[in-house]
Write a protein that binds this ligand. Structure first.
Ligand code: GDP
Length: 360
């Protein structure tokens, strides 16, 4: 699938860059362009991809803090600067535009839904969101921002794939320490999904193509993905169990949204040397996915690649009713209620101290 990536905000820019680098290193050629958009100049200066600084007149390159309403307003007024930067990048071959953003911050959280709205107005191809949910340990403002942003982003995109910041890192690292490794995992996993159908080494009927990804996501709503890999055996018969257990692990433990299993539609992609991929194993894994997800729309295909490993990539769509999404929205709602109930302190009163005299 040929995509143009737009990273909005700090997380969005970093992840768009990681995805572009992975695609280049692997020689997949699925990423046709990557642009980072931000209100904070400093966050753009560390990136190698093309950049667009928005909101110069409002925040002078200093960012919006955690104010996602301001992030949305700025994107609204400067959206043509972003669409201009896409001129010549979105071409006839482009299958989709992918907007990447951390949903808990300000620029990406507020800007991505506004940009999605505009892009869908301008282009005929699908506009997907790749949204990063804040981890459980992040503060309440992140949860509130992400709840509001998610609701809007899902409405404004053709589908939004969610990655929970608690999902793909070791539990002994803090989320902050783990950003680099999470971003690498995102790049490898999402990068492989996006490249499905791009590298055809040995053509077969069972090779997956971009339309299968698009069809899996066509009902819209929230999507998630899972990934698992293992060393392949030379003998395809020995790989039958490997493929089934990889698909199960991708669904149950390697997922971007823990506990999201029930789905409206799914796609199973088996990555590996075609000689190693057992048809029987793929068929079994597909049936297992039908049972586990409760969906009758489970597509499947191979991603032929010269490697000594086998990997399963599972894309699920229509997971909005999952326990994980409910739990997250509840967390965001509680954080919002707590904030509304807290008495608004007058900052000058908080500093009252009778033992010190005022300066004048
Ligand atoms: P913005 O620049 O105002 O859009 O804000 P950020 O992109 O920093 O968004 C904050 C949210 O994104 C928080 O939930 C962070 O945990 C998360 N975040 C920030 N940077 C990264 C990153 O590099 N990787 C990942 N996975 N999450 C990040």
């Amino acid at each position: 699938m040929k995509v143009v990536l737009i990273g909005v905000g700090q997380a969005g820019g970093r992840i768009a860059q990681s995805l572009a680098e992975f695609d280049l290193d692997m020689g997949f050629d699925a990423v046709m362009g990557a642009v980072a958009v931000n209100t904070a100049k400093a966050d753009l200066s560390s990136l190698d991809i093309d950049t667009v600084l928005v909101g110069r007149d409002r925040v002078k390159g200093h960012g919006v803090g955690g104010d996602n309403e301001l992030g949305a307003e700025i994107m609204q007024s400067d959206v043509t600067e972003v669409t201009d930067a896409l001129d010549g990048r979105v071409v006839a071959e482009t299958d989709a535009i992918v907007l990447v953003a951390g949903l808990g911050g300000g620029t990406g959280s507020g800007g991505a839904p506004v940009l999605a709205h505009e892009l869908r107005r301008v282009y005929d191809i699908p506009v997907y969101g790749l949204g990063i949910l804040p981890g459980r340990s992040e503060g309440s403002i992140y949860q509130i921002n992400a709840g509001r942003s998610l609701k809007t982003l899902v409405r404004e995109t053709d589908a939004t794939l969610l990655i929970d910041n608690d999902a793909w890192h070791e539990s002994d690292e803090s989320v902050e320490e783990a950003f680099t490794s999470i971003n690498e995992e995102i790049a490898r996993r999402i990068g492989t999904l996006l490249a499905s159908g791009e590298v055809i080494e040995g053509v077969g009927e069972s090779v997956v193509d971009a339309s299968e990804v698009i069809n899996t996501l066509k009902e819209g709503g929230i999507a998630s993905m899972g990934y698992a890999s293992a060393v392949a055996s030379e003998d395809p018969a020995e790989n039958i169990n490997t493929v089934t257990s990889l698909a199960r692990n991708a669904l149950l433990t390697g997922t971007s949204l823990p506990d999201a299993v029930e789905a409206d539609a799914a796609l199973l992609v088996i990555v590996g040397d075609p000689e190693h991929i057992p048809r029987k194993g793929v068929e079994r894994a597909r049936r297992m996915l039908e049972d586990e997800t409760g969906s009758l729309q489970v597509r499947g295909g191979d991603f032929p690649l010269e490697t000594d490993k086998l990997a399963a990539v599972v894309l699920l769509s229509g997971v909005e009713r999952s326990r994980r999404v409910d739990e997250f929205m509840e967390r965001a709602r509680e954080a919002q209620e707590k904030q509304e109930a807290a008495p608004q302190e007058d900052p000058s009163e908080a500093f009252q101290n009778d033992e010190l005299e005022d300066l004048f």
